[in-house]
Design a protein. Sequence first.
Length: 254
Amino acid sequence: MSDAKQSQRQPVVLIIRVDSWIGAEAAVHLLKRSVTVIGVGVDSTRLDSLSAALARLTPSDDTPIGKFILCVGMLTDAALQDKVIEHISREGKLTAMINNAGAYELRNEGATPIEMWESLQRSLCESLPLLHRIRHQLRKWRSRVLNVAADDAQTGLPHHVALVAIKTAVNMLTAELALIEPRVTTLAIHPGISHPVALSTSSAAASTGTGSAANRDNLLPAGELIADLALNADHTMSGQFYMYSEPDFLKAAY
């Protein structure tokens, strides 16, 4: 394929744990920019709600809504990895991977500390085999990898030591990927949101096209920031940690 034809291919963004609030927010912003989104998640209830909400998105400024492709299952499953890779190869140019790693996956309030720790470990490690398998695509398109991080190691969470350890590992993963994959722009981003809105509130509201200018479509700015970075982050940002600070007017709204 010629360079001209390659440059015209549709941008594709892969979102790991699209059923999380930050995954859903980023998906909405990307779809409203005509980007093809391949979303991976495991929570069938939240994924059903998300898919229904995204199906109701309406175009704005004559910009057509992008294509949403859902892949349900654990990323440790080789068959699911194959499915994701097939979609990437068929749909267009892999512009970015939003790796929402190092977060609790369990919905059970009664989970034991061991179960919570195992959940965090899975969240950190399950995307690594897929990341390894798509590394050639990432290099080919000079793609971006956005690891959703946190500042827990700096602020300290005495009752969540395991979470602090995992998020620190996410930051270290960012630095390592930037070093061993110089053609890929890899950065860590801390959303910095103190009170994320519920999926049913944020993503469903996005389809209505209503809301105040301060909080357009009832979406949080952190999701828009991550979408912007997925499409536009400069290579000079690679290997760095970035933090979004939530504005006071949003904090006051909760």
